[in-house]
Design a protein around this ligand. Structure first.
Ligand SMILES: [Fe+2]
Length: 224
């Protein structure tokens, strides 16, 4: 980026760079270091019928804690994170990653779910995570309940500046229901970009939890 000659901002930026501060120029260099070689695009998947019709008041990235709820949801805690990249391999800052999923009993927060009256009200069901300058998003949720005949899945949407860039679903490795699921199969060989590997871990209080990671690579080029 070329600032006009003698522009005060340029002098400040140059000075702070010499001092090793995060001036404008050095931030750009740091982001360039985060660029990946694009080897796949995250395939899209059907939205399904259960995107919330009414957004909950609490829609942060911690689905395990609902504001004002007295209890905590049933189910195994799942913490997952990833980086959103654009089609040029650059991290995307300022995107909103949305997720929605079933509770531990496989029930959605949606009037179209015939079991919605039995929904776990301590589970947030829907959440949003804003990506930082490094493109990172993260969630704390629970492992979606058994959802026979479909494999367990988490619905995902990525928005930016009000525009919808991707709607898809994340799956988990070795799900016995994956092989017979038409939506899963619809992604073809690209489905590997939707599967989250999970491992066992401990949270800060020593409770066991599952940890996963799933990067998202958009087709749109947003960085140039
Ligand atoms: Fe679903």
């Amino acid at each position: 980026m070329q600032a006009p000659q003698g522009h005060p901002a340029e002098e400040v930026s140059a000075a702070s760079q010499e001092e090793g501060d995060l001036g404008e120029v050095s931030v750009e260099q740091d982001l360039e270091a985060l660029r990946i070689e694009v080897e796949y695009y995250t395939p899209s998947q059907t939205e399904g019928p259960f995107y919330p019709v009414q957004m909950p008041d609490d829609r942060d990235s911690d689905l395990f804690v609902v504001d004002g709820a007295e209890g905590r949801p049933a189910g195994e805690i799942l913490v997952f994170e990833g980086t959103v990249y654009d089609g040029a391999g650059m991290p995307v800052h300022g995107a909103v990653v949305e997720i929605w999923q079933t509770d531990d009993n496989g029930i959605y927060m949606h009037p179209g779910d015939s079991n919605s009256s039995r929904r776990d009200v301590n589970f947030q069901s829907y959440g949003e995570s804003d990506t930082g300058p490094d493109g990172r998003y993260s969630f704390r949720t629970i492992m979606p309940g058994d959802y026979n005949p479909r494999p367990r899945h988490i619905h995902v949407k990525v928005r930016m500046d009000g525009r919808e860039l991707l709607t898809t679903q994340f799956y988990f490795s070795n799900d016995p229901n994956a092989g017979t699921d038409r939506i899963f199969a619809g992604a073809g060989a690209e489905v590997s970009a939707l599967i989250m590997e999970i491992e066992e871990g401990l949270d800060s209080e020593g409770n066991s939890m599952l940890m996963g990671r799933r990067d998202i690579v958009l087709r749109d080029i947003l960085s140039e």
